[in-house]
Design a protein around this ligand. Structure first.
Ligand code: ADP
Ligand code: MG
Length: 276
């Protein structure tokens, strides 16, 4: 049993606070979904968990089975059992996928894995063409092929906890189903998943135990799978600040005040004279 524990995490990027007081815990076999509007800090959370340079933890903690991950570089976090499927997987020319996985497995003390045959098995399950496995890591793969490639890597590496940053983006419907169902079977053998997504569809195949809503770097609500369904239906409106303030433009020049309603003429032209 492995537990990734994030407590009261605050993260700064480029001198700006992005995450504020984020807490959540993912254990073996569990799926936690994080959903939130664009720019709310979802990728920042995944980058902070993996220790990407530039993502500065200003307070709070990230631990794996009680071990403080914060001082560890990314490769040691991976060695400890974490895996990140990136929102935009990086192409690494000249670096063989097989050798990378062999070295990663060896670093984790797993020396008896036949990487070539495991990769072929996994690729077949999720519809990734076998010849693409001969390329350097992610090089010249389509967006969807990269996401399948990440899923195959996750399966071969037998990580303890996986962070999936929008695994669904770029995947067609059949590939989404195949990848999500494959990951769901991995949870049966103990994988814990932190699944960042915009869409309930992914969770149809990879059901979440808990759903967390991240808005402006803050978890504003946590709940069961029904929360993802509600977001799909209603969007984030009830979690966002009231738009009463932004309904009109208030202008005050030299003591003159004027307020225009968004419904007035010219209102959809951001360059229109608000006093005209
Ligand atoms: N490396 C970076 N440099 C500057 N700003 C960043 C960086 N990474 C993230 N941000 C900013 O942090 C905010 C949250 O971004 P991100 O975590 O990517 O959001 P999400 O994944 O929820 O769409 C955005 O305003 C984004 O511009
Ligand atoms: Mg993102």
């Amino acid at each position: 049993m492995t537990t990734l524990s994030i407590e009261k995490l605050c993260v700064e990027v480029a001198d700006q606070q992005i995450l504020d007081d984020v807490s959540l815990e993912v254990s073996s076999g569990q799926v936690h979904a994080v959903m939130g509007p664009n720019g709310s800090g979802k990728s920042t959370l995944s980058n902070a968990i993996m220790g990407k340079p530039g993502y500065r933890v200003t307070s709070g903690s990230i631990t794996l089975d009680g071990e403080n991950l914060l001082p560890l570089p990314t490769w040691q976090r991976a060695k400890a059992g974490l895996f990140l499927a990136m929102q935009y997987p990086t192409e690494v020319p000249g670096v063989s996928l097989r050798e990378t996985l062999e070295l990663a497995l060896r670093a984790r003390g797993k020396t008896d894995v036949d990487v070539t045959s495991r990769l072929l098995e996994e690729a077949a399950q999720i519809g990734l063409q076998a010849e693409l496995l001969d390329r350097s890591v992610n090089v010249d793969l389509s967006g969807g092929e990269k996401k399948r490639n990440e899923t195959a890597q996750l399966a071969v590496l037998e990580a303890e906890i996986a962070v999936l940053d929008e695994l669904d983006s770029g995947l067609d419907i059949d590939a989404l189903r195949a990848c999500a169902e494959r990951i769901e079977t991995m949870t049966d053998s103990g994988l814990g998943v932190l699944c960042i997504t915009h869409y309930h569809r992914l969770l149809d195949y990879l059901p979440a135990d808990q759903v967390h809503v991240l808005v402006d770097g803050h978890i504003v609500e946590s709940g069961g799978p029904e929360l993802a369904q509600e977001l799909e239906t209603n969007g984030y409106a009830r979690f966002l600040k009231s738009d009463v303030e932004s309904e009109g433009v208030t202008v005050s020049i030299d003591g003159l005040g004027a307020s225009k309603k968004a419904s007035d003429s010219n209102s959809d032209d951001p360059f229109a004279d608000p006093l005209s």
